[in-house]
Design a protein. Structure first.
Length: 126
């Protein structure tokens, strides 16, 4: 003889069966989701490391350029070639002196860019 179960018991049993079936399928989806999230995180971390490395290299290149400009400016500020006039030593005008405004402007641009790169580096490293 078949015994009748109350409706709420049948519904509970049905929900438990559905949950059991879906939970058997879910771990694969959760594992796939977790793997995808992990890969995305690793990709973001690698991109950040690459960006920081690139900024360091750019900063170093700007530092070398600044050093070269300072050297050129120093040379342009020196007196030109000397020659003896009687007992007096006179200097010809330095041909590089005319480049001073351009060199100083370029130096200012390089220093400004160095500050920008430095700010970006600080931001990336937080």
């Amino acid at each position: 003889m078949t015994r009748k179960r109350p409706l709420h018991t049948l519904l509970s049993s049905l929900l438990i069966m559905q949950h059991t079936r879906s939970s058997k399928r879910r771990p694969n989806i959760n594992k796939e989701d977790a793997a995808a999230k992990n890969k995305a995180i690793l990709d973001q971390q690698e991109a950040a490391r690459n960006r920081i490395q690139s900024l360091h290299e750019h900063y170093a290149a700007l530092q070398r350029e600044e050093d070269a400009l300072l050297q050129q400016i120093g040379e342009a500020k020196q007196p030109g070639p000397a020659h003896q006039v009687g007992k007096k030593l006179e200097h010809q005008p330095n041909p590089k002196k005319s480049q001073l405004p351009l060199l100083q402007s370029h130096l200012s641009d390089v220093r400004h860019e160095k500050k920008q790169v430095s700010k970006e580096l600080e931001k990336e490293q937080r």
